[in-house]
Structure formats: structure tokens, C-alpha cells
Design a binder for this molecule. Structure first.
Ligand code: SAM
Length: 207
């Protein structure tokens, strides 16, 4: 997409829309919570939510006592919306403003979670850069949970074309070294009542 400025797009989205009015808004972050539980997450587990934006997942995990949370997003405005909602509790979270495809992780995480960010990477070079960061931030034994639109999900989100995945194509996109643990379909209902078909894939990093 020549000339497209992803950072400006996402800054504008969060600057101009209420976080509860975007198609991906979710009052209860299912099935993310189920999948974090499935891979054995506990309050001392370190989790990075990639493309987390203003997701309620952060609030929910803080309320459950999680102590090592990081939220990464290309949009400062998205993270600021989450910080404003959290108030003083925002200080307990590591907020990382960066394009994930250019990120230089400074540490490792037990779990890499991504709901509806990876599917915006429609170019092979961007996906390769994402997987390189994933490999660098997730040690052997760590888990990755990625939610994307399913093959029969919408072709676009936020006006942008997305890459849709099922269990096989997501596994192929991650490449060797990620053992599939779980793949499930999930119907997300937008704030205006439309149903969007998601696929969530969960993997364990192997040597
Ligand atoms: C559809 S929203 C989903 C937000 C959040 N995960 C949720 O479930 O509410 C996609 C998010 O990915 C972020 N994003 C898009 N491309 C990104 C990139 N290259 N690097 C980091 N974040 C990105 C956007 O700013 C936005 O917050």
C-alpha cells in the first residue's frame, strides 16, 4: 500500500472515535481470557499485548492481580485512551509506543497476545518483521495467542484490507518453531450488533 501511513491512520482513529464505538470494542475480552488461562497464565506471568490499543484486556488483567503487563501499539492516542481510563493503575503497566514491525524488544515475555493487529500486515515483508520480533521476545516455552479475522470474516477493518487466517494459514505464517496448542473460532459482536468471525490461534514456542 504505497504511501499509506499506518501510524497516522491509527492516531486519527483513536483521536476521533470513542474507544467504545470502534468495531473491535469488547466489554469482556473473551476468548483472550480463556486462552491465557489455557496456557497457564498466573498473576506473575509476563504478558505483552501487541496492538493492544485501548483494549479492556489490560483493565481486566490488572483487576485479576497481574503484575507484569506491557501494552504495545503504534498509536500513542490509543494507549493514552487506555491510560486515561485506568487512572493511577496505568502506572502498573509498561506502555510501548512503536510499530511492532520495527520494535527492538528489550526483554522477553511469557506470553505474546495479539487481538486484531497481526491481520493488518498484508505484506510478506511486514509479516516476516513481526515474526522476527515475536521470536526475539518469546523464549522457548513461551506462548503466543493471535486473534485475526477468520476466512469468512470481514475483508476490511477500520477501512484497511486485512489478511484472514484459519489454523493452518496462521501456523504457516508463523513458520517453524511454534507448536499449535489450540485453534478456535469466535463470533465478535460489534457495538452496532454486526457479527464478525474471528479465529484465535494459540502456540507454544519450541526450539
Ligand atoms: C483492531 S485494533 C485492536 C485493538 C486491541 N487489540 C483490541 O482488541 O481492542 C488494532 C490495533 O492494532 C494497532 N496496530 C496496527 N498496526 C500496528 C503496528 N504495525 N504496530 C503496532 N500496533 C499496530 C492499532 O493502533 C490498533 O490499536
Amino acid at each position: 500500500m504505497t504511501g499509506f501511513d499506518s501510524k497516522t491512520h491509527w492516531q486519527d482513529v483513536y483521536a476521533n472515535k470513542a474507544t467504545t464505538a470502534v468495531s473491535w470494542y469488547q466489554e469482556t475480552p473473551a476468548p483472550s481470557l480463556d486462552l491465557l488461562q489455557l496456557v497457564g497464565a498466573k498473576p506473575d506471568t509476563s504478558i505483552v499485548d501487541v496492538g493492544g490499543g485501548a483494549s479492556i484486556l489490560t483493565d481486566t488483567l490488572l483487576a485479576l492481580g497481574y503484575r507484569d503487563l506491557s501494552v504495545l501499539d503504534i498509536s500513542r492516542a490509543g494507549l493514552e485512551a487506555a491510560q486515561a481510563r485506568l487512572g493511577a493503575a496505568a502506572a502498573k503497566v509498561d506502555w510501548i509506543v512503536v510499530d511492532v514491525t520495527q520494535w527492538r524488544p528489550q526483554r522477553s515475555y511469557d506470553i505474546w497476545h495479539d487481538r486484531a493487529a497481526f491481520h493488518f500486515l498484508v505484506e510478506e515483508s511486514s509479516r516476516a518483521a513481526y515474526v522476527e520480533r515475536l521470536r526475539s521476545a518469546l523464549p522457548v516455552g513461551g506462548h503466543v495467542v493471535i486473534g485475526t479475522f477468520a476466512p469468512d470474516g470481514p475483508e476490511k477493518c477500520s477501512g484497511l484490507t486485512v489478511q484472514r487466517y484459519d489454523a493452518q494459514s496462521l501456523s504457516a505464517a508463523l513458520g517453524a518453531g511454534f507448536r499449535p496448542i489450540d485453534g478456535r473460532l469466535y463470533d465478535h459482536v460489534t457495538p452496532w450488533g454486526a457479527t464478525q468471525h474471528f479465529h484465535f490461534g494459540t502456540f507454544c514456542r519450541e526450539a
